[in-house]
Design a protein around this ligand. Sequence first.
Ligand code: HEC
Length: 144
Amino acid sequence: MLSGSKGIALGMAGLVLAGFVAYLALRGLTPPLPPPPPEVAQDPLLSEGRQLYFDRCVSCHGTAGKGDGPIAKGLQGPAPRDFTTPQWKYGNTASETLQVVTQGVKESAMPGWKGTFSPSEIRAVTAYVYFLGGRSVPTELRAP
Ligand code: HEC
């Protein structure tokens, strides 16, 4: 028979082990991001934007920004936009794009990110949308 304190110690060790196994199992479900391309890795704004994009935008807009994320097909209303098209629906300027990302689009699945992201995070994720569109990042997104 185990004495009381030994039993407790063993129980605790078991809990720690179970927690660790659960952690490994969950980590396996969300694979780490593939390494960024060099033009992103060398640019702190785009690196931050990429992380935010993969956390919050990829489900609808897809990894390459083509509007083909895993939940895109099941949405009500207009489809998520493909950022690689030459003319963006809500305009190509930094202020127009910031407006869409900040406020979202009414009557569509596109949420506004004002309450989720800080102004600098909104600029970073918007910059990453320009990168996915194969465009240069407008200077307004770099300096507030
Ligand atoms: C739940 C799905 C969903 C998520 C998540 C989402 N979007 Fe959208 N997004 C949409 C839809 C749908 C539209 C198209 C709205 C329309 O056509 O009126 C859109 C449109 C846009 C546009 C306008 C593009 C254009 O052509 O003018 C931008 C920019 C954009 N999203 C950026 C983002 C960013 C950045 C994130 C993450 C922070 C994000 N979206 C997350 C669904 C989503």
